[in-house]
Design a protein around this ligand. Structure first.
Ligand code: ATP
Ligand code: MG
Length: 335
């Protein structure tokens, strides 16, 4: 893509403090997200997806810190901004939606108030204007009869409706970037499909770029244009969703595809990936090699020698795996 990226993450590393040491939870990852694009991040629990998302808003929890790299948003390095400058961006230009809306919503405030709050925080004072904006955005996210619903409290709503409230609050300022961290994981399949449909609509109508995080490659494939595959804090493969599905290169990506529940397998147990993700202590001790090597059925001695360089598989599709030759002989058509 020749466009300027909206988000340009360059060599990002995130450390977790343990005594005097910083253990690497995210290690030297780079990626770009272009305006209007939906980019997915997929990986098992503990791979560093949420920490990556939080670092983009500079909202890492205590004892967790960016230890290297730059995060350029619209050309400005987020890592160098003051708290005041960050406040101006958060909720306004970059907004976030989390997995569990109940913990993010205030049980004591009406949903209308909470949806309108980002407008107030970013300087809008005209109550009438805020009110009409709230009703408009509620309509947009599929909260029917907004006038009647606005005075309700979060506990009066279903899980799916609460997630729509969170999305309404996130998009009311029309952010350029929406980060959605497992926004459908707590919902049943039908409601999940509706929320994915809503995110697609927001992306198309408001031209909001979306960074969508999920441990489920099946969900990612329904929504995203491109996907980053993360394993134990490393980026192991990236490419267009179609390319990743038709020509997965990394054994980890193949395992993720194999663990997507399919209709044909209904009633059968999920194809789980044997073994588990290394803990951050184990990663810190191992230091060398591909982190997936201990679980990889194809791993050879070279896989334990060093983290493999980036190999281009095809335009826009690359992988970090010693078993994949740079530029595969048999090319396939585009991403
Ligand atoms: N506040 C924290 N303090 C200490 N360690 C943390 C903290 N937050 C995350 N970690 C550790 O950092 C690693 C990456 O965590 P992260 O939450 O980013 O994973 P994730 O990919 O989002 O997983 P999940 O799918 O379960 O949400 C994990 O090993 C986790 O235990
Ligand atoms: Mg997470």
């Amino acid at each position: 893509m020749n466009q300027t990226p909206l988000l340009d993450v360059q060599g990002l590393s995130i450390g977790i403090q343990q005594g005097k040491r910083w253990l690497p939870a995210v290690d030297n990852i780079s990626f770009q997200l272009y305006p209007g694009e939906i980019l997915g991040i997929v990986g098992e629990s503990g791979c560093g997806k949420t920490l990556t998302a939080c670092s983009i808003q500079r909202l890492l929890p205590q004892g967790v810190q960016t230890t290297g790299g730059n995060i350029l948003f619209n050309g400005i390095d987020i890592t160098g901004l003051s708290q005041e400058e960050l406040r101006r961006i958060r909720g306004n230009e970059i907004a976030m939606v989390f997995q569990e809306p109940m913990t993010s919503l205030n049980p004591l405030l009406t949903i209308g108030r909470q949806i309108g709050e980002p407008l107030e925080l970013h300087g809008k004072k005209d109550k009438k204007l805020i009110c009409s904006k709230v009703l408009e955005v509620m309509e947009k996210v599929g909260l029917q009869d907004p006038k009647k619903l606005a005075p309700a409290y979060p506990h009066q709503l279903s899980g799916g409706m609460r997630q729509r409230v969170m999305i309404a609050a996130a998009v009311i300022c029309e952010p350029k970037l929406l980060i959605a961290d497992e926004p459908t994981t707590a919902l049943d399949v039908t409601i999940q499909a509706q929320i994915l449909h809503l995110l697609k609509k927001i992306n198309q109508e408001l031209k909001t770029a979306i960074l969508f995080i999920s441990h489920d490659l099946g969900v990612i494939s329904q929504l995203c244009d491109r996907v980053l595959v993360m394993y134990a804090g490393k980026l192991v493969e990236a490419g267009g969703v179609k390319a990743i599905f038709s020509h997965p290169q990394h054994e980890y990506t193949k395992s993720l595809i194999g663990s997507i529940p399919r209709k044909a397998l209904k009633g059968k147990p999920l194809a789980n990936i044997p073994g588990k993700v290394l803990s951050i202590e184990e990663i810190a001790e191992r230091k060398f090699g591909c982190p997936f090597a201990p679980r990889c059925i194809r791993a050879g001695t070279s896989c334990f020698a060093g983290f493999p360089d980036k190999a281009t598989v095809n335009e826009g599709h690359y992988v970090h795996c010693t078993l994949v030759k740079p530029l595969a002989e048999e090319h396939y058509g585009g991403i």
